[in-house]
Design a protein around this ligand. Structure first.
Ligand SMILES: *[C@@H]1O[C@H](CO)[C@@H](O)[C@H](O)[C@H]1NC(C)=O
Ligand SMILES: *[C@@H]1O[C@H](CO)[C@@H](O)[C@H](O)[C@H]1NC(C)=O
Ligand SMILES: *[C@@H]1O[C@H](CO)[C@@H](O)[C@H](O)[C@H]1NC(C)=O
Ligand SMILES: *[C@@H]1O[C@H](CO)[C@@H](O)[C@H](O)[C@H]1NC(C)=O
Ligand SMILES: *[C@@H]1O[C@H](CO)[C@@H](O)[C@H](O)[C@H]1NC(C)=O
Ligand SMILES: *[C@@H]1O[C@H](CO)[C@@H](O)[C@H](O)[C@H]1NC(C)=O
Ligand SMILES: *[C@@H]1O[C@H](CO)[C@@H](O)[C@H](O)[C@H]1NC(C)=O
Length: 455
């Protein structure tokens, strides 16, 4: 799946970067050891603050997808997290996903997790780096929403105090709150929050105790000018706790449970969606609903689901190759499956798999000096002064033989190997998913990966 398509992509990216004056440019794989190394050349031109847009695939309902921070953001915020802050948030996110996966749902588990993390740093949701811009209501109000495959209930701020564009349900002719006895309200289950003025109330509590409460209702959702979802069910948030007052207007739940947008639009889009997470904050990706009409560009693997946590989508990672050589991970090490999550940054692997990966990677990197660990990243290098450098290829091999040949941006973060060890369930993080179109065909129970879909 690398081959011509990926060379094409590198060429396109290089061209774009030359045009845009980018600082980093992935040149190509080194010609002599094309199967085992990826080369990164450090350009001499200064980074320009522009956003380059990737053309989206032609089928389905497509929305541009962007980093929350940086030139592609529809509402750039002043506060940009540092890598250490991001990694701390990422630990919270991973623990949250893992606790939910392990089936512990008691309220005790929803208490703040990591007391070493000052709440001013933000919340587990701060790892949600990708936003879409949609319209809600009639007339439509433009809203910037974070996307999250790790939760189901969508919500928008209906009571903002920070000057973001407010969705005011009283100004929409198509808004209707749900009654407390409605099916939609009953379906909220644990996210139900009793009744107020005969209107259904919802609550979502996230991993670190942050929460949103308000009225559960429905309105028209405009994904694009030509794709609208009538009667989209979402929470109109009157009150949020624990979120940074950042410039996003709400959250779009893309999990596998009944309340998510994916389930709500099953009749139209067949519970099929895909996204391409852009590798940098200067590039734009996409989110598409509906199965692609050309699937030959995808490699596929069965999708795993866990009845005790219907929100999550899983895959069976079988092995990893480094520099073209399989690590030969024992099947029992990964047999619980891995959660595919849009909101966890680093891929988390069982300790035995991580040790094998990091040790093979280090063997391929002996010509570079090691650098001090960065947070939980322990395989770091000092590339100071180098005009270009190369890292071993890393390929994730899934059940059925699907292979993700990771992009440079999917292998390294901050000059460190972008993986970490865990004692909980494995998670395939968003760093590794970047530049691939990741198809979640929930209806057919299939994951698909298409390389070089956004760059
Ligand atoms: C895919 O769908 C789009 C839009 O529905 C259509 O324009 C295009 O021709 C289709 N491509 C194929 C190969 O069927
Ligand atoms: C965009 O990404 C670059 C490179 O990763 C980073 O240095 C910069 O701070 C980012 N900008 C914002 C606003 O996040
Ligand atoms: C809902 O509110 C009613 C009336 O205030 C109260 O009696 C009932 O216990 C509440 N139920 C829950 C689940 O909080
Ligand atoms: C929301 O979070 C705040 C702060 O953590 C907490 O005091 C409050 O009880 C929470 N509300 C609900 C409904 O869980
Ligand atoms: C809006 O939020 C403020 C502060 O959180 C709260 O005091 C107020 O009651 C809210 N208004 C509505 C209409 O919910
Ligand atoms: C698989 O999950 C179960 C349940 O959480 C856990 O007890 C077990 O240790 C896990 N196995 C592996 C190999 O991670
Ligand atoms: C990388 O650097 C080496 C030595 O400095 C040089 O020979 C080689 O052409 C460079 N490769 C690329 C792709 O820039």
């Amino acid at each position: 799946m690398a081959g011509a398509q990926s060379k094409d992509r590198y060429a396109r990216k290089l061209l774009l970067l030359l045009l845009c004056g980018g600082y980093y440019s992935v040149v190509a794989r080194a010609a002599d050891d094309a199967r085992s190394y990826k080369v990164l050349a450090v350009g001499s031109l200064k980074a320009e603050v522009v956003c380059s847009v990737t053309p989206a695939p032609s089928s389905g309902a497509t929305v541009p997808l962007n980093h929350r921070h940086g030139p592609c953001s529809p509402a750039p915020s002043a506060k940009v997290p540092t890598i250490l802050e991001l990694l701390q948030h990422d630990q919270l996110r991973a623990k949250y996903i893992q606790r939910r996966w392990s089936g512990k749902k008691g309220t005790d588990d929803l208490q703040p997790l990591d007391l070493t993390l000052p709440t001013t740093l933000g919340t587990a949701l701060d790892t949600l780096e990708y936003v879409i811009t949609i319209g809600i209501g009639s007339p439509a109000v433009t809203q910037t929403m974070m996307i999250d495959t790790g939760s189901d209930v969508s919500w928008v701020r209906c009571n903002s105090t920070d000057g973001t564009t407010l969705f005011d349900p009283s100004k929409s002719t198509t808004y209707a709150p749900f009654s407390c006895s409605s099916a939609a309200c009953t379906q909220l289950g644990n996210n139900g929050n009793n009744c107020s003025n005969s209107q259904c109330q919802y609550m979502v509590q996230y991993g670190d105790g942050s929460n949103t409460t308000g009225t559960y209702g429905s309105d028209t959702l405009a994904l694009s000018a030509s794709d609208t979802v009538k009667g989209f069910q979402f929470g109109c948030s009157h009150h949020e706790e624990g979120f940074n007052r950042e410039k996003f207007d709400g959250l779009m739940g893309l999990g596998g449970d009944a309340q998510s947008l994916v389930s709500q639009t099953a009749a139209t889009y067949g519970k099929s969606f895909s996204y391409c997470l852009p590798p940098t904050n200067r590039t734009s990706g996409f989110l598409t609903f509906g199965a692609p009409n050309v699937t030959s560009a995808f490699v596929t693997t069965p999708m795993l689901r866990w009845p005790r946590v219907p929100t999550f989508y899983g895959v069976l990672l079988q092995d990893i190759s480094v520099g073209g050589t399989l690590l030969g991970i024992q099947p029992t090490v990964l047999s619980n499956g891995s959660v595919m999550d849009s909101g966890t940054i680093l891929t988390r692997l069982p300790r035995r798999a991580y040790s094998a990966l990091s040790s093979a990677f280090r063997s391929g990197m002996t010509r570079y000096p090691r650098a001090a660990p960065v947070g939980i990243l322990d395989t770091c290098y000092d590339f100071t002064g180098l005009r270009n450098f190369s890292v071993p290829t890393v390929e994730l091999v899934f059940d059925g033989g699907a292979v993700m040949d990771l992009d440079y941006d999917g292998i390294m973060i901050s000059d460190c190997l972008a993986f970490a060890a865990t004692s909980g369930v494995s998670i395939i993080g968003n760093v590794q998913q970047r530049t691939f179109e990741v198809l979640h065909d929930v209806g057919q129970g299939v994951f698909g990966f298409r390389s070089g879909a956004c760059s």
